[in-house]
Write a protein that binds this ligand. Structure first.
Ligand code: PRP
Length: 181
């Protein structure tokens, strides 16, 4: 499917993201200071860059696992139906778990994942999202830690795609369509 032409403007620089990850990591370390090792669960695919940066900043024991849930496909609108495409490999009963999400939009994905993982009886389950678009929320979910609250802009980069492109940008960019002005 052909896409409308667009350009990408920097919204949050790589440097700003790195500084925020440092701050958040200190808070996460404090929250899990009574634990030998936590299980960090990255939600594929969007969180792969964020989880890589956050686990390298955390000065605590971590085990890394991944879960893939999809509500968007290649479109721009949430289908509100969350599918689990790949489950985590490890057991989390009695463990301390940190779920890492790139962006919370309607909240259906994070809400579904929290319910799923809570049903497996972890000792503690916490969530972190790099980006939060509160104006788009359709559920009551909120991540325990949020990197940046953003307005309802179409963002890409740092793991986030537009039709599977632009995930490899080192910053969060804002999509600007060039055929509508
Ligand atoms: C995107 C994003 C979040 C979710 C947020 O994932 O990575 O996981 O949507 O939307 P929500 O709050 O409205 O549920 P997507 O399904 O596009 O998969 P991807 O991470 O593989 O790009």
């Amino acid at each position: 499917m052909p896409h409308r032409p667009y350009e990408i403007d920097v919204m949050i620089s790589a440097k700003t993201i790195a500084a925020r990850i440092e701050e958040l990591s200190r808070e996460i370390e404090a929250e899990f200071s009574d634990t030998d090792k936590i299980v960090v669960v990255g939600l594929l695919r969007g969180s792969f860059v964020f989880i890589a940066d956050i686990v390298r900043e955390l000065d605590i024991g971590v085990e890394v696992d991944f879960l893939e849930a999809s509500s968007y496909g290649d479109g721009m609108e949430s289908s509100r139906e969350v599918r689990i495409l790949k489950d985590i490999r490890g057991q989390i009963e009695g463990r301390d778990v940190l779920v890492v999400e790139d962006i919370v939009d309607t909240g259906y994905t994070l809400d579904h994942v929290i319910n799923l993982l809570e049903s497996r009886k972890p000792r503690k389950l916490r969530t972190i999202a790099l980006l939060d678009k509160p104006s788009r929320r359709e559920t009551g979910v909120r991540a325990d830690w949020i990197g940046f609250e953003i307005p309802d802009e179409f963002v890409v980069g740092y793991g986030i795609d537009f039709a599977q492109r632009n995930r490899n940008l080192p910053f969060i960019g804002k999509v600007r369509f060039t055929d509508d002005q």
